[in-house]
Design a protein around this ligand. Structure first.
Ligand SMILES: Cc1cc2nc3c(=O)[nH]c(=O)nc-3n(C[C@H](O)[C@H](O)[C@H](O)COP(=O)(O)OP(=O)(O)OC[C@H]3O[C@@H](n4cnc5c(N)ncnc54)[C@H](O)[C@@H]3O)c2cc1C
Length: 306
């Protein structure tokens, strides 16, 4: 969503086309990918206006509260939805969560489809639980891309990049996979992917030319997971490169440590490191949002900062 108040009747120029808008997504089918991942393929008439640019492009999903089948929002107007959504009684308010557009395509039959890959990490977390129960026909709402190159594509390597360094945990693996789909042939790629289970390596076959190390987490590990990742990174060889670009996403504490390693130990220019905490151990997305927006007006649209 854009935060501007564009009330003029003049036709939109490309610069004025909103980056985001609401879409209704309907579950078409689900498919298990490895141990921890469930791919949900969404369709629906609304998708004709969905414009994915790939890479790590994200969207906000609105999932029905407990006991409801479909998501219903009181309004989807750019200037009204946030206040209306926040004003709903707790037990009726849809749960907002961030996810990645793994792929958008139009089938031979002309049907628009969007894949989102959910990590199933437990039935007491709203998004993970919803995904685990999803069946054909369920409808949710999303704020998604209305233009391909919208502000939620964070992967922006500068011209002249001569190697890519990627680190992702399971929540960022869909984004890393979509980035790998788009990388130019011939540029070295060194990637580290941290997953909860051996079978999660099935999620992604190492693409041609990419040097991928899988870090399978010890069961039951908490904060010490970061030490193991750093141990693997420190022991690894990296491509000789003059202008590497690093993209790092996953659990917040690990992300900070990996970024520090790339900048301080490996000498990667800090301006060429794109890092995003996708979640934080022990905190729900509401808690993270509340921290990020502490002190802001209660009806300010959080997606304006996407
Ligand atoms: C830009 C962006 C893109 C993202 N893309 C994806 C994606 O494509 N697929 C995906 O699965 N996730 C993705 N995430 C992460 C996802 O938004 C979080 O994992 C989110 O917390 C899941 O919501 P929930 O309701 O299941 O758990 P919450 O209610 O938010 O959290 C409940 C508890 O579960 C813990 N928790 C959250 N996620 C995990 C996890 N994966 N493993 C173990 N514990 C966890 C929290 O620390 C908290 O203690 C993305 C996040 C961002 C910011």
């Amino acid at each position: 969503m854009t935060s501007g108040t564009d009330t003029e009747a003049a036709p939109e120029t490309p610069a004025e086309i909103p980056h985001f808008r609401f879409f209704e997504l309907e579950v078409l089918r689900t498919r298990r990918l490895g141990h921890s991942f469930l791919r949900i393929t969404f369709g629906g008439a609304d998708l004709a206006g969905f414009r994915s640019g790939g890479c790590d492009q994200s969207l906000s999903l609105f999932l029905p509260p407990a006991g409801r089948e479909h998501t219903v929002l009181p309004s989807t107007g750019e200037d009204t939805w946030f206040g209306d959504w926040r004003g709903m009684p707790d037990e009726e308010r849809p749960v907002m969560r961030s996810y990645t557009v793994r792929e958008q395509r139009r089938t031979a039959a002309g049907v628009d489809e969007v894949d989102i890959d959910f990590v199933l990490h437990g039935s007491s977390s709203p998004a993970s639980a919803w995904a685990g129960r999803a069946v054909t026909g369920r409808r949710i709402m999303a704020i998604g891309p209305a233009v391909a190159e919208n502000k939620s594509v964070r992967f922006q390597p500068p011209a002249g990049t001569d190697a890519f360094l990627l680190y992702a945990d399971e929540t960022a693996l869909p984004a890393a996979a979509a980035i790998l789909d788009r990388l130019p042939a011939g540029t070295p790629v060194r990637a580290w992917f941290e997953v909860p289970h051996e079978d999660d390596r099935l999620y992604l076959r190492a693409p041609d030319g990419a040097d991928v190390t899988w870090v399978v987490r010890e069961p039951g590990t908490g904060a010490e997971r970061t030490d193991r990742v750093l141990e693997v990174l420190r022991a690894a060889e990296r491509p000789a490169a003059g202008a590497p670009y690093a993209w790092i996403a996953g659990e917040s504490a690990t992300i900070r440590a990996v970024r520090r390693h790339f900048v301080q130990d490996c000498g990667v220019d800090r301006r060429s490191v794109r890092f995003t905490g996708y979640w934080r151990l022990g905190a729900s997305e509401e808690e993270l949002l509340a921290e990020a927006y502490a002190g802001r007006a209660p009806d300010e649209d959080p997606t304006a900062a996407l």
